[in-house]
Structures are given as structure tokens and as C-alpha cells.
Design a protein around this ligand. Structure first.
Ligand SMILES: [Ca+2]
Length: 74
């Protein structure tokens, strides 16, 4: 999954310009199938991002997992 701010004209962001690239444990983990963000999870005033990997098998077949990326300055 590649996450970046979309250009205002709606054009695609080149992969080489990605600011964050996230890889799941394997293709079947479906990392990034669901994403939520634009809000603060920890109350520090910076937006955070949550990604699901509902096919992640780390804790059992299709047990799923989620990753939280906390926003920071700079
Ligand atoms: Ca935050």
C-alpha cells in the first residue's frame, strides 16, 4: 500500500514520490484493504492513520491485524 496526499487535480501519484510504503506480511494479508485517518488517536493534535490487514495469519488463519501510524512533525 502506498499512502500520500493526492494532488488537487486528482492525477495519480508516481510510486517514486510516495512518502510512505507499507508491505503486509504477505500478499494474502491484504494490508491496506481498509484505511482510516484524518483524526487523532492519541490526543497529540496530529493526525494518525490506521490500516487493516484482515487476511493476516500471524495469530491464526485470517486472524487479521491493524497498524496505527502516529503523525509527527517533520
Ligand atoms: Ca496523533
Amino acid at each position: 500500500m502506498v499512502f500520500d496526499a493526492l494532488p488537487l487535480d486528482g492525477s495519480a501519484v508516481p510510486l517514486s514520490d510516495a512518502q510512505l510504503t507499507v508491505h503486509g506480511t504477505d500478499a494474502g494479508a491484504l494490508m491496506g484493504y481498509s484505511a482510516a485517518g484524518g483524526w487523532g488517536l492519541d490526543g497529540d493534535g496530529r493526525t494518525d492513520l490506521a490500516l487493516s490487514a484482515h487476511g493476516d495469519d500471524t495469530r491464526g488463519a485470517n486472524s487479521g491485524s491493524a497498524c496505527i501510524f502516529f503523525g509527527r512533525r517533520g
